[in-house]
Design a protein around this ligand. Structure first.
Ligand SMILES: Nc1nc2c(ncn2[C@@H]2O[C@H](COP(=O)(O)OP(=O)(O)OP(=O)(O)O)[C@@H](O)[C@H]2O)c(=O)[nH]1
Length: 384
């Protein structure tokens, strides 16, 4: 690469948020590889912001009827008041009806509805106003109708969106603005319209940056909350959320969900004899070994100090046992004294054990792990 280009790319890279790891930069472009927890957090945030936005618009939209009443003759201001009330009802509907669902698809739908209401309102109001004389059109510009697409575009900055999502919504707003221009072809002041159009595009670029930087912070925060800094396994808090999700999905679909409860054997001795740092290294190696051996859909949680859970969705008890036996034969790592690291493992499965709640699954796997300890450690227990 020529020196100038290399320097330019270095300068550009230095603009990127320092909270992000390099591999996470792709997450800013599209949500395809986002983690389940990131999707859930983002969906909740998007829906809550939609509701906030909807509430503001629901209150403010009918208030403008006072200005319409002063500026426009009857029946125009009456028609405008009617569509304002309709828009306000739709906004209140969005505010009350939508709950934060944790599903990205629902969040997209709520955003689409939020932006559809003012877009339809904008087009309808322009259809009404374009029937009036040119003087009234100028008056309408003064009363703020022409600013609606700008308000919508600016509102996008409230949402933590990927570049792809941002481009899609911006394109719809820009398209609506263009459509209004085409509809008013004969009467429009084109230089002023084109100036406004260009401004809208500039705002969309600034908004995309604001939106992306929100997403970048969110990715960094979710990573921090989700990952145990020592082992890279999922933390207990986030793990409980994931566990709830896996449980309801497996109950809904009638498929299996296995859980292995690992407790490393005589771990305290490692700390006592070789120091805390040596203990930390053993924990790191253990987590890496499991992470490298498990399926992509399995999730490793650090439940406590030297306790780990492996969640295995769509895995029967028999299959999970085969997998755990294979891991056990390979060995979970080496202790600082050169002896193999062993673990006591309790295994339970939702359907096989006829369980009714996440708590039951956790308790049974935990109980079986204790049985493994009592029976002499370094074993997998699957029946109580
Ligand atoms: N190095 C290190 N040690 C930890 C960490 N978290 C917990 N521990 C230690 O893990 C040890 C757990 O000890 P115990 O619960 O007695 O378990 P154990 O020695 O493995 O005994 P058994 O489970 O009965 O085989 C304690 O000494 C904790 O201080 C950590 O993050 N790093």
């Amino acid at each position: 690469m020529p020196r100038f280009l290399a320097k330019l790319s270095k300068r550009l890279t230095s603009l990127l948020p320092p909270e992000l790891e390099l591999r996470e930069l792709w997450y800013l472009l599209s949500s395809r590889n986002h983690s389940l927890l990131l999707n859930r957090r983002r969906a909740t945030m998007i829906v809550n912001r939609v509701r906030l936005f909807a509430f503001l618009f629901a209150v403010l939209t009918p208030l403008w009827s006072v200005i319409d009443f002063i500026v426009f003759d009857s029946p125009l201001w009456i028609y405008l008041a009617i569509i304002r009330v309709l828009a306000s009802v739709a906004f209140f509907g969005l505010f009350f009806a939508y709950q934060a669902p944790g599903r990205l698809l629902d969040a997209y739908r709520s955003m689409a509805l939020l932006f559809t209401v003012p877009t339809v309102f904008y087009i309808a109001s322009h259809l009404l106003i374009s029937d009036q004389s040119l003087d009234n059109i100028s008056a309408s510009l003064a009363t703020g109708y022409a600013f609606l697409p700008f308000v919508l575009m600016a509102g996008l900055a409230l949402f933590p969106l990927t570049l792809k999502e941002n481009a899609l919504v911006s394109a719809v707003i820009i398209f609506a603005q263009g459509l209004v221009g085409v509809m008013n072809w004969s009467t429009l002041n084109w230089p002023s319209f084109m100036g406004g159009f260009w401004l809208l595009i500039l705002i969309s670029a600034v908004v995309a940056l604001a939106s992306l930087s929100q997403l970048a912070f969110m990715i960094a925060l979710v990573r921090q909350v989700m990952r145990d800094p020592l082992t890279g396994a999922i933390t207990r808090g986030s793990g409980e959320e994931l566990l709830g999700f896996f449980w309801s999905r497996s109950s809904r679909r009638g498929c299996s969900l296995s859980m292995a409860f690992f407790d490393l054997d005589h771990f305290k001795q490692i700390n006592d004899n070789y120091g805390h740092e040596a203990g930390d290294q053993v924990l790191r190696n253990f987590a890496k070994f499991i992470a490298d051996s498990k399926r992509a859909t399995d999730v490793l949680l650090r439940w406590g100090g030297e306790e780990f859970l492996l969640l295995m969705p769509d895995t029967s008890l028999a299959d999970a046992k085969v997998m755990l036996k294979r891991l056990q034969e390979k060995g979970f790592g080496v202790r600082p004294d050169g002896n193999p690291l062993t673990a006591s493992i309790g295994l339970a499965e939702r359907q096989h054990d006829n369980l009714f709640s996440v708590q039951d699954l956790l308790e049974l796997a935990d109980q079986r792990m204790y049985e493994a300890k009592e029976q002499g450690r370094n074993r997998i227990i699957t029946v109580s």
